[in-house]
Ligand binder design. Structure first.
Ligand code: SAH
Length: 360
């Protein structure tokens, strides 16, 4: 039995069934063998692969995007570049390398990583060593922004816990995790407290699941408050949908395969799809302007992904060219990450025109 499993059982014995949000929090972050504290989950030998690990063009284009926002902010002499959940540090490395061609940008920026995982902090330190000085913060609330702030978050918000509510004959009930026979974890239902289900979902069929993420909203509000105060932009890229909508999107991934959410807690990545409407509302509530949501494929293409691939291919072997083509397809193709992954940008002042979004 894992320490996470023991801890979950103790919590449930002491206080009764726990919410899905509490279950996710314990499985992912709080114990020594919680998923993000165990080690490095990325890559072919790990559990999943993210966009910056697929191709350098992802980080390079985002780097140029950041430099353009900085220029629109008036090329301030100091600017904080924060990344939420930076994984292996690959994205930031590519961002800084590409944006380095813009005069003044590298001298102006200082890098802040918001990271909860101790093993990944070490990987990030190795990746960025010699590239740029970095400071780490455990929570977004702890970012110290005295100068304009540009925030990048790729596949960060999907890792933050959600609460789930299920439509029953008696209205909505909260899905929870309790103990069954032999102390095995099992799903159950508890009376739903403090939940406001949006009007369009009031007629949802029995068994439908509705998700909210107070932690996601709190993180977005905290970042939004900072950006509203000092000026700047947030770029959040993730898989998700435009809510409100019903759907049980909680998934567990181990070795690139979907597995049972309750099986060996702490040993699989747990995520949910991001409700971009709710996320956008949290940023707007903090006073930021929110650009119309776009797909990852459209965003990267608007930033010149195809031209960048063509340029890299010009100096490549046939084999390398095939790898570049396939990475481009994975990042931008509708059948791959191009439309399931979406890009949200929130910014201040409202006069900014971040690249890659329809101006509205
Ligand atoms: N952005 C990276 C990694 C995505 S995985 C990439 O695209 O490759 C999610 C990242 O968020 C990991 O670095 C993980 O350790 C971090 N993370 C997850 N939950 C977190 C939390 N509650 N607070 C801070 N970081 C968190």
């Amino acid at each position: 039995m894992t320490d996470v499993a023991r801890h979950l059982a103790d919590l449930i014995r002491a206080g009764g069934p726990i919410s899905i949000a509490e279950f996710m929090r314990v499985c992912l972050t709080v114990r020594g063998d919680s998923y993000y504290q165990r080690g490095d989950p990325f890559g072919a030998a790990g559990d999943f692969v993210t966009a910056p690990e697929i191709s350098q063009i992802f980080g390079e284009l985002i780097g140029l995007w950041c430099a353009d926002v900085w220029r629109q902010l008036g090329a301030p002499a100091r600017c904080t570049l924060a990344e939420l959940g930076p994984g292996r540090g690959t994205l930031m490395k590519d961002v800084l390398r590409a944006a380095g061609i813009v005069p003044g940008f590298r001298d102006a920026v200082s890098v802040v990583f918001v990271e909860v995982s101790e093993p990944l902090k070490r990987v990030q330190r190795d990746a960025l060593g010699g590239v740029a000085p970095v400071v780490w913060r455990d929570r977004v609330e702890d970012i110290d922004a005295q100068s304009p702030l540009i925030v990048i978050a790729n596949e960060f918000f999907d890792a933050l816990p959600v609460r789930q509510f299920v439509r029953t004959l008696d209205g909505w009930a909260e899905r929870c995790v309790g103990l069954g026979e032999g102390d095995a974890l099992r799903f159950g239902l508890a009376p739903a407290a403090n939940v406001v289900v949006p009007a369009p979902l009031h007629g949802a069929a029995l068994g439908c699941v509705f998700e909210i993420s107070p932690m996601r909203a709190a993180a977005a509000s905290a970042v939004g408050d900072l950006v509203a105060r000092v000026g700047g932009a947030v770029l959040a890229i993730d898989y998700g949908f435009e809510g409100p909508a019903v759907g049980d999107t909680l998934q567990a991934l181990r070795s690139h395969r979907f597995v049972d959410v309750l099986d060996e807690p702490g040993s699989a990545d747990l995520t949910t799809h991001v409700d971009f409407t709710a996320l956008g509302e949290a940023f707007a509530g903090a006073g930021l302007r929110v650009a119309s949501l776009t797909g990852q494929g459209a965003f990267l293409n608007a930033l010149g992904a195809a031209a960048r691939v063509a340029k890299l291919k010009a100096g490549a072997t046939l084999e390398q060219a095939a790898v570049l083509d396939s990475a481009y397809q994975r990042l931008t193709g509708d059948e791959a990450m191009g439309s399931l992954f979406k890009v949200l940008c929130a910014f201040a002042p409202a006069s900014l025109q971040p690249a890659g979004f329809a101006s509205s």
